[in-house]
Write a protein that binds this ligand. Structure first.
Ligand SMILES: [Zn+2]
Length: 394
């Protein structure tokens, strides 16, 4: 039985750097690949709310403020991908709050005498007055039973209460590339755990020869697949090419590549909008005789729908027409029709949409299409004028 759900980063082999030539070769091979295989897996340790308080333990905000600022910059990727707001203890967005306001406050006491540390994600970084990487030594805090470990890690969402008496619940090392720049993806990886994502490289459907056998729960994750397997996910470890010569990653936790399309999709699904609306693609204004073809946007973006969603209902004019993530309906008469869509997600949250479908006779459809084309033509010079001049490298 697994008692502790924190995750270590891989021991990075000393003296081995992924050089630029290798990167370029990998990038070139990537471009030549006929199909894109991208990853994201749910950790089965819950999700957090939309507003997530973040603070930095000890004297990080004074003694290591440039690094704190860098981490905050990295985290912006999550707010662009999903309905996630990292805020200070007092509720200001962390990217606009004064950095001095982002230190974790001193603990108060719980009823049982244990410490109470405020803040949902309490980040410890090396080079401060907070002990990290102490192996079996405990994280400071009266009542805390979390060990420090010897590399970066994060508690999952559902251990917030369990670790409330610990000074920190996420450790982020300074792991850096050959230029000494800390990896963007390293930040995204640990916060990915904090948001509820598991290790991509531990998926049983890993099929890119990117994972040495016997490593970190090798092929042990058999469910919770939000997207197809993604070797470039920020949640995927990186091993040297001498160990996995056929892998050719362009991302991974040791990378500056940022969230992949599937990483973004996974957190988008895990952290939906406040008002949960069915997201779908397709035209709801049709010419007479056309088939109504609508598809879940999550499916269109590649989500693993058999895990992610259930209970699909597409109801047109009060009649249920589909129970899958797509609707294909021919024979709608000219006129307006009601459209009601609903489904649930893997966390049993319900999404709905209520709108209408318009079916237009040929002449009316042509008139509207012409009006649309005319307005686009009118906008074209404005769009062209606001384009920035193209910069060509000498
Ligand atoms: Zn990890």
């Amino acid at each position: 039985m697994k008692l502790f759900h924190w995750i270590r980063g891989p021991a990075r082999p000393r003296g081995i750097r992924r050089g630029w030539p290798l990167l370029l070769v990998a990038a070139a091979l990537w471009l030549l690949m006929p199909t894109v295989v991208w990853p994201a897996a749910y950790w089965f340790h819950g999700v957090r709310g939309r507003d997530i308080t973040v603070c930095f333990a000890g004297n990080a905000v004074t003694d290591r403020s440039p690094r704190v600022q860098e981490i905050i910059g990295h985290l912006a990727q999550y707010k662009y991908a999903a309905n996630i707001r990292f805020v200070s203890i007092s509720g200001s967005p962390i990217d606009t709050a004064p950095i001095s306001s982002l230190g974790c406050p001193a603990p108060t006491k719980q009823g049982n005498g244990n410490d109470y540390y405020n803040g949902d994600i309490r980040v410890a970084i090396p080079g401060t007055n907070v002990p990290v990487f102490g192996g079996a030594s405990l994280v400071p805090g009266v009542g805390c039973t979390q060990t420090q470990g010897d590399s970066s890690w994060s508690n999952p969402p559902d251990e917030l209460a369990l670790r409330r008496s610990c000074q920190y619940n996420l450790v982020l090392g300074d792991d850096a590339d050959a230029t000494g720049t800390p990896y963007l993806n390293h930040t995204l990886h640990e916060f990915g755990h904090a948001l509820g994502l598991a290790h991509e490289h531990a998926r049983a459907d890993e099929n890119a020869q990117c994972v040495p056998a016997g490593i970190d729960g090798h092929h042990s994750i058999t469910t919770g697949y939000i997207t197809p397997y993604d070797k470039n996910s920020v949640m995927h470890y990186w091993w040297d090419a001498s160990v996995v010569p056929n892998c050719q990653q362009t991302g991974s936790n040791y990378s500056q590549a940022g969230l992949t399309a599937y990483d973004k999709l996974a957190v988008h699904i895990m952290y939906p909008e406040d008002v949960r609306t069915v997201e779908f693609y397709g035209n709801t204004v049709l010419r007479a005789g056309e088939t109504l073809q609508l598809t879940s946007a999550w499916q269109a973006r590649g989500a693993n729908m058999s895990f992610v969603t259930t209970d699909w209902k597409w109801v047109v004019d009060g009649v249920q027409r589909s129970t899958t993530p797509t609707l294909n309906l021919a024979g709608l008469a000219v006129g307006d029709h009601t459209l009601a869509i609903s489904h649930k997600d893997f966390l049993d949250r319900t999404y709905t949409y209520n709108g209408k479908v318009q079916v237009l006779a040929g002449a009316e459809y042509a008139k509207r299409a012409a009006a649309l084309a005319a307005s686009q033509a009118m906008l074209a010079p404005i769009i062209a004028a606001t384009n920035l001049p193209m910069v060509v490298n000498p």
